[in-house]
Design a protein around this ligand. Structure first.
Ligand code: NDP
Length: 328
């Protein structure tokens, strides 16, 4: 099959969900190192919001979306890990996944095991690979260590709860409503805190007998940054990996010394999966967690691709739980 043109979501300017526009785009032949893929579903991620608003600037006009699953239609020269007809899924460093079909670099596209559906594939690659590097490749975290994880009922969050449970890590989870807290608990969080109604710093101190946690994983950003540092024990590690409430403002590094020789890192998934072999290995580890039943991919919202603006509104309004996909 050769898809010659495809509905594709593009923006011509940065702004609110109203700047998202669907257009019909030609889909060509894959060049060296590329594949052409026909999507069955696309993943929605908060990074897409940052790209739409310009918080993460890019050249305009731009196609959005970083995650999808579907069937490979054609492979370019030099691509050996995929062939036409393969089921595949990806999180890509190149945006443009909000579409029916596209040509993209093959390096980060992974063969999708038969036991994982296209929808699950589209919902889990970016979020699940993120959880993989957060827990396994950023700072050593041993069984019995305690991690504070914010926004734990979201797409990344519910995978993180289950991953932590499977690895024997105590997860103190925060979320913005009691219902979201219950969901995080159900998915494996050891303790939950509604950070809209409770002082999460005081509660973390209480839960850890005044000691604080070994690691904080903070994707909320501006609203939680300082409080998160206050939740760490001496020599603890702050992983600041997102900005759902806005960017962390510039700060004096001396604060890390004052609060107990803390460490801090600001990673991105795309640094971790830039190398082809590493990306494929991380995907295998993620697939193993899902196929074993340790991690279930929860899709709580589905929107047709053409209703992408509504999907963005819902995500930004904090009305989603688990993963959201765009159906094609
Ligand atoms: P989520 O499904 O987790 O949605 C974001 C959640 O953030 C909301 O549901 C909400 O949960 C919480 N939140 C807190 N404050 C705000 C606010 N002011 N506006 C909106 N939401 C807020 O999204 P994803 O799973 O797609 O991503 C989770 C986070 O992880 C994002 O910040 C994303 O950028 C980051 N990320 C980073 C990566 C990296 O490698 N650096 C890779 C992947 C994701 P609640 O109501 O419970 O507070």
């Amino acid at each position: 099959m050769h898809t010659k043109s495809a509905k594709t979501v593009v923006i011509d300017s940065f702004g609110g969900p109203e700047v998202l526009r669907v257009e019909e785009r030609p889909v060509g032949e894959p060049g060296p190192g590329e594949i052409r893929i026909r999507h069955e579903a696309c993943g929605l991620n908060f990074i897409d919001v940052y790209q739409r608003t310009g918080l993460y600037p890019q050249q305009l006009p731009a196609a959005l979306g970083r995650e999808a699953a579907g069937v490979v239609e054609a492979v370019g020269e030099g691509v050996t890990h995929l062939q036409a007809g393969d089921r595949a899924a990806y999180a890509s460093g190149v945006s443009g996944a909000y579409c029916e079909a596209c040509v993209l670099p093959a390096s980060q596209v992974c063969p999708l095991p038969d036991g994982i559906s296209f929808e699950e594939g589209a919902a889990m690659m970016l979020k699940g690979l993120t959880v993989n590097y957060l827990f396994g490749r950023t700072v050593p975290i041993a069984r019995g260590d305690t991690v504070l994880f914010h926004a734990a009922a979201g797409g990344v969050g519910l995978i993180a709860c289950q991953w932590a449970r499977d690895e024997g890590i105590n997860l103190i989870a925060t979320a913005g409503t009691d219902e979201k807290c219950a969901l995080a608990k159900e998915h494996g969080a050891t303790h939950v805190i509604n950070y809209q109604t409770e002082d999460f710093v005081a509660r973390v101190k209480e839960l850890t007998g005044g000691k604080g946690v070994d690691v904080v994983m903070d994707s909320v950003g501006a609203d939680t940054f300082e409080g998160s540092l206050d939740c760490l024990k001496g020599l603890g590690m702050m992983i600041s990996f997102g900005n759902a409430s806005g960017k962390v403002p510039p700060f004096d590094l001396g604060i890390l010394a004052a609060k107990g020789s803390l460490k801090i890192t600001r990673p991105t998934l795309f640094g971790h999966i830039a190398d082809h072999e590493t990306c494929q290995k991380m995907a295998q580890e993620l697939f193993a967690k899902v196929l074993s039943g340790a991690v279930k991919i929860r899709i709580d919202q589905r929107f047709p691709l053409t209703e992408v603006a509504e999907a963005h509104r819902t995500l930004e309004a904090r009305k989603t739980t688990g993963a959201t996909i765009l159906t094609v």
